[in-house]
Design a protein around this ligand. Structure first.
Ligand SMILES: [Zn+2]
Length: 342
């Protein structure tokens, strides 16, 4: 049976009692209806825009929160009733310019790290000119267009990133924290169109990762069970999980923004996750995603990848406002539909 996030209450009721208990251990949720009155003069416009006046006058809202991490998402049925693969015209013209940008000529047009560059088959490293952290560099793809991807390229990007990380740790003679991120096109915060991944090696654990780590440790202490295993099982029993070559994929119940997916891997290095990441990015592109964020980091014995859709390249407004920055995430994509589409 196909479910929707707005029917989460019915779905949870159907779970066996032990699974339901596990769900309730992780999540608190509330389903309510927001009501309003549409004036006669607006009726035609509302029907054209939303299908019916009734749907707009009674809006079903799901509010769901992870009790351990505080991740909190709000889903409104009115915003969700769109096909997952709502493709819009991509500004393809703007992705051209191959051979003309700085990153098309990285050895002459980008700075190098003090230990030199790490070269892959399909990419090369550069030092970031204005750093977030004291070790902050780039994997610059040979391919200019960031929406052109291949599995072997992604493996090469990540393998080269791991080699860069090893170089930094070696030159510093200490263990640093690894954080890799791929901001794809301007909606995601990328300032340069040419495909690239950013790498940091930090002395200090980043705050948001530390919060996750603490939640995991406290969970293990209290329930004598692995946080990730249990989180995965909750998603799996709801039909929100898949596996690819032993890697666990979660269509996340409390996404930070649209279509968030989390990959949990026991791979020792991030390039071990390349196939799963490639398959998910390919699915993203197939369903019309044009701009995304991808982050890879270590948590305990796991490598974790998180990826999220940042919306259409033609939208001028940001997808993140005061709600997302200070309260909870407002979501227009249904994780149940996403799980069915991938
Ligand atoms: Zn370029």
């Amino acid at each position: 049976m196909k479910y929707e996030i707005t029917e989460l209450d019915k779905l949870v009721e159907q779970l066996s009692s032990d699974v339901r208990e596990l769900f309730k251990r992780f999540y608190s949720f509330d389903i309510s209806t927001g009501t309003l009155k549409v004036p006669e003069e607006m009726e035609d416009w509302v029907k054209k825009r939303f299908g019916s006046v009734e749907r707009v006058e009674n809006q079903r809202i799901v509010s769901i929160k992870n009790k351990f991490t505080g991740e909190h998402s709000l889903f409104n049925k009115l915003r969700l009733d769109r096909p997952v693969d709502a493709k819009s015209a991509i500004a393809l013209e703007e992705l051209k310019g191959k051979g003309e940008c700085l990153f098309c000529n990285p050895e002459k047009q980008t700075p190098t790290d003090v230990f030199g560059r790490v070269k892959g088959k399909n990419c090369i490293t550069a030092s970031n000119i204005a750093k977030y952290d004291s070790f902050h560099s780039l994997i610059i793809f040979n391919e200019h267009n960031p929406l052109t991807i291949k599995g072997e390229w992604i493996e090469d990007y990540l393998r080269t990133a791991e080699r860069w990380f090893e170089e930094v740790c070696k030159s510093e003679e200490k263990e640093l924290q690894k954080f890799f991120m791929w901001n794809c096109l301007w909606r995601s915060g990328a300032s340069i169109i040419h495909g690239h991944i950013q790498l940091t090696a930090s002395r200090m654990r980043y705050g948001k990762l530390e919060v996750l780590e603490k939640a995991m440790a406290e969970y293990e202490k209290e329930f004598k069970s692995d946080y990730i295993d249990d989180l995965y099982n909750v998603h799996k029993t709801l039909g929100l999980a898949k596996e690819n070559k032993g890697e666990r994929i979660l269509f996340y119940l409390t996404p930070i923004k649209e279509k968030e997916i989390i990959v949990v891997s026991k791979a020792r290095r991030s390039d071990g996750m390349a196939d799963t990441i490639y398959e998910l990015l390919k699915s993203y592109l197939d369903m019309g995603v044009q701009s995304f964020n991808l982050a890879i980091f270590q948590l305990g014995n796991y490598h974790i990848a998180r990826l999220v859709d940042r919306g259409s390249l033609t939208d001028k407004n940001s997808d993140i406002g005061a709600m997302e920055l200070y309260a909870a995430s407002v979501i227009s994509s249904d994780p149940f539909k996403l799980a069915q589409a991938i």
